[in-house]
Write a protein of this length. Structure first.
Length: 809
RNA sequence: GCCGGAGUGGCGGAAUUGGUAGACGCGCACGACUCAAAAUCGUGUUCCUUCGGGAGUGGGAGUUCGAUUCUCCCCUCCGGCACCA
């Protein structure tokens, strides 16, 4: 047997305890969350809902079980806490499984949801299952379609030609956010650029607000910064450069209009409209060279083209000359400048054309050197090329003016305008795959692309057995005639349905609004419910969603806000990016590495409480570090819980003053650490307390207080002991214990005494001792005396309650 | 290249406003128990040491009575952006 008499730990049967209390909680509806409770404030704790894959993994436990600690803690503090659960259930894995194993994606997904739900219940989390949401339910996606229609009517959703990212392996387009280093986010295949007609959402219209509204959010700075950089706002001017002997103009975007007098040539992207036009009109003398260059540029992948290391190439458009508008207006020499095409200028950024200022831009400098173009310094910033802002030179009327001032002055003087440009592209939401929400649009020969009637929603995803995507960019839905052939909702003539489905990130852009009103058949989420729950108070999720889900759903919320459909312009008040659990070898868990930890197995061995508490103990929850799973670590938490269980045999009538003090210090520490998500140090404090209580015994009242502290961390164990000690209904409906400030204060304190910054002694003094008293005690100390022999005290420093430092020579 | 964040024992980590660096846990060592092992309990555990001490939070300088904490320079790792005009 594991339990000998010398052990204070007591083995418990975690399986019996878990099933007993999980059943009890369910039968008594402990976690059913009302929309309103008298004299309780609502608090909404959210975790990104999972994709229903085959099995729960450790990452799911880390996400849901540890956040559950926080939710339970808030609940005990007196909030009416909503902690919902659901499934983000459309998406490629189901479809790929269907193709590979001949399964039905809906059946496959629903089976996974059932299995995962059972696994999730084993966590003993305070999920309110009555609010469960799944994006594949017609009752849910009806509203996804409905919101899409509202966006369409508001001009926020439109079908247009875009340079789309095509994944040749998934055979669908992807949004920019879903292309990671030129590869598909899902399958890692290299993504191709194709011009395709796709449904897009106008997220770019919200670029400024998506940046500016970040300021009000209680989010980690690194997330805000990443989003800002992803949106990539840059402020500058749009300036027209006239073409010589023509009415045409080249519009450029520049952040440095102050350098315009040094623009000695221009560059257009090879795809620029004007190049096409001039070629057609026969204005370009070296037509063949130019056409060849364009062809070559097309062949290169995006990654090749945007590699800064690569030597710059380009071709001059012979027969075309542009005029530098500033030099011309100031009647200066050399206002006529050559025009090039070069692939270092990108068609989809700014205006697709630049004024090149080789003296003050490294890229332009390299290019000018290579093609022997003139380089003219116009800012006194040092050795060329230099981009620092400084006083202007060789700039006619603007000489001696500083860069910043000159920017505005020059733009004004030229009659140009200041403007902003963004890296962010519109969100391409159509997917050429089966397992998603059908886009509720009908294409009619007469009426064009028209929205479905709202009363026809949901447009159900049809049953089929051919899920194979095709190379021609058509969704498998195109192969289901009963689905495709319909009538126009406007004129009633025969028409064809849109066959693309929506990106799953659309489904997840509003799920938190459904949790608060899951049964509503009239609205996607009523204003009334929003008033009680929104915005989300605390949102925990993975760092990988920073520029995907987190950005999309903020946009979605803002778009709904503008339509008067939601009450908040931001969906999430506080956001936390969680860390990652690694394999025992410190590597990312993967089947091929054989370092995957199966939570079911560990839970079977040591119990749910041990697993959730170990995951909370590994490191600070609010720092997205990488924490290796230590199999011995989870066992150590189990040992801790056995000590806790053993405390019921250590109950005595009266406990020591010391233990009482320790209890109140522990309450303070655990409470504060839980609030700041430092569950690791909260657990450490509980361990210290338990060690002491075990040693000297504890009163029932003190144990009761401790169990309340433990309850959010080890809900089953806390409940078990609560009932064994006959303390009342459920520990989880109790109020959080308060600490007594008077008990935390010490009468005497231990003080380190340093000589010249080195600790030489430790003295014990009354907490309210005066400096003179402290000095007396310190100088009387034997070791201090010894170290002060032959030395003169220069200075005596006493920082009350902290330290004594004696400076001696 | 630019911008963030981080770097602390063998390992995960702690140190809330500058005040005894290494809490708590893992691992390891020794002891108790045992025929023995495991388990358990106890003790120790940053490094060096002539046992007086000395060094020490990536490296180097600085401010301070005192620096993991503040300032400057450098190195490494992680993340975001990157031919973005």
């Amino acid at each position: 047997m594991n339990n000998q008499d010398n052990s204070k730990r007591k083995i418990f049967n975690h399986k019996a305890i878990e099933s007993r209390w999980q059943k009890y909680w369910e039968e008594n509806n402990i976690y059913k969350t009302p929309d309103k409770m008298a004299d309780k404030e609502n608090y909404y704790v959210l975790v990104e809902f999972p994709y229903p894959s085959g099995n729960l993994h450790v990452g799911h436990w880390h996400a849901f079980a540890v956040t559950d600690i926080f939710a339970r803690y808030k609940r005990m503090l007196g909030y009416n806490v909503l902690y919902p659960i659901g499934f983000d259930a459309f998406g490629l894995p189901a479809e790929n499984a269907a193709i590979k194993h001949g399964l039905n994606p809906r059946k496959w997904t629903e089976a996974n949801i059932a299995h995962m739900s059972a696994q999730l219940r084993s966590m003993g989390a305070m999920f309110d299952w009555s609010r469960k949401v799944a994006t594949i339910d017609p009752g849910y996606y009806k509203w996804t379609q409905w919101q899409f229609l509202q966006f369409m009517k508001a001009g926020l959703a439109e079908q247009k030609n875009v340079p789309a990212n095509w994944c040749p392996s998934c055979k669908t387009v992807l949004a920019n956010e879903q292309v990671i280093n030129g590869a598909c986010e899902r399958c890692d295949s290299e993504v191709e650029k194709k011009d395709l007609k796709q449904w897009t959402l106008k997220i770019t219209k919200y670029a400024d607000r998506l940046i500016d509204d970040l300021d009000e959010l209680d989010w980690p700075e690194e997330i805000k910064k990443s989003q800002k950089e992803w949106i990539g706002r840059s402020e500058g001017a749009e300036i027209d450069f006239p073409i010589k002997d023509s009415d045409e103009k080249i519009k450029v975007f520049t952040t440095r209009p102050d350098t315009i007098f040094g623009a000695t040539y221009m560059v257009l992207a090879p795809e620029h409209e004007l190049v096409k036009k001039w070629l057609e009109e026969g204005k370009i003398e070296n037509k063949e060279d130019v056409e060849n260059y364009i062809k070559e540029a097309k062949k290169k992948s995006e990654i090749e083209r945007t590699n800064a290391e690569k030597e710059k190439t380009g071709v001059e458009l012979k027969g075309i000359k542009a005029l530098n508008p500033a030099r011309k207006k100031a009647k200066m020499e050399d206002s006529e400048i050559p025009v090039f095409i070069a692939d270092y200028v990108l068609a989809h950024y700014g205006t697709g054309a630049i004024m090149a200022v080789p003296a003050h831009d490294e890229r332009d400098y390299d290019f000018a050197k290579k093609y022997d173009l003139s380089i003219l310094q116009v800012v006194a910033c040092g050795d060329l090329p230099c981009a620092e802002k400084a006083e202007l030179i060789n700039s006619g009327p603007f000489d001696k003016m500083g860069s910043e001032e000159a920017k505005k002055e020059i733009v004004n003087w030229l009659g140009a305008k200041m403007t902003k440009t963004y890296r962010l592209r519109d969100w391409v939401v159509s997917r050429q795959r089966y397992w998603g929400v059908p886009i509720p649009v009908v294409h009619c020969e007469k009426c064009g692309s028209v929205p479905e009637k709202e009363e026809s929603l949901p447009i159900l995803l049809p049953e089929t057995d051919d899920y194979l995507p095709s190379d021609d960019g058509k969704s498998p839905l195109a192969k289901v005639p009963e689905f495709v052939n319909t009538t126009c909702p406007v004129c009633g003539a025969p028409a064809k349905r849109e066959t693309d489905t929506l990106d799953t990130f659309v489904d997840s852009s509003w799920y938190f609004l459904r949790y608060i009103d899951p049964e509503n058949e009239k609205e996607f989420s009523s204003m009334e419910k929003q008033k009680t729950w929104m915005p989300v108070d605390f949102y925990s999720g993975g760092a990988e969603h920073t520029t995907m889900h987190l950005l999309y759903s903020r946009f979605w919320q803002k778009a709904l806000f503008d339509l008067g459909l939601v009450k908040d312009k931001e969906p999430y008040k506080r956001r936390l990016n969680r860390g990652l659990i690694m394999g025992p070898d410190g590597q990312k868990m993967s089947k091929s590495k054989g370092n995957v930890i199966d939570p079911d197995e560990v839970v079977a061995n040591v119990g749910s409480d041990s697993v959730r508490m170990y995951l909370a103990f590994m490191g600070p929850y609010n720092e997205p570090g990488h924490y290796p799973w230590n199999p011995d670590g989870v066992v150590s938490i189990r040992r801790f819980l056995e000590r806790v269980y053993g405390l019921k045999f250590a109950i005595k009538e009266e406990s020591s003053e010391e233990l009482k003090k320790l209890l109140h210090k522990t309450i303070k520490k655990v409470r504060e650490d839980s609030e700041r998500l430092k569950f690791n140090t909260a657990i450490s404090a509980m361990m210290v307390f338990v060690r002491q209580a075990e040693k000297e015994g504890i009163t029932k009242a003190d144990l009761q207080a401790f169990l309340k502290l433990l309850a959010p961390y080890a809900p089953h164990m806390a409940e078990e002991l609560w009932h064994e000690l006959a303390l009342g209904e459920s520990v989880h409906t109790q109020e959080y214990p308060e600490f007594d400030e008077a008990l935390i204060k010490e009468d005497t304190i231990k003080l380190a005494v340093q000589i010249n910054g080195k600790v030489r002694a430790e003295i014990e003094i009354p907490a309210d001792a005066s400096e003179d008293e402290v000095r007396e005690v310190a100088l009387a100390n034997g070791n201090i005396k010894k170290h002060l022999t032959d030395k003169e005290i220069v200075k005596f420093i006493y920082v009350p309650g902290k330290i004594v430092n004696i400076v001696a020579k």
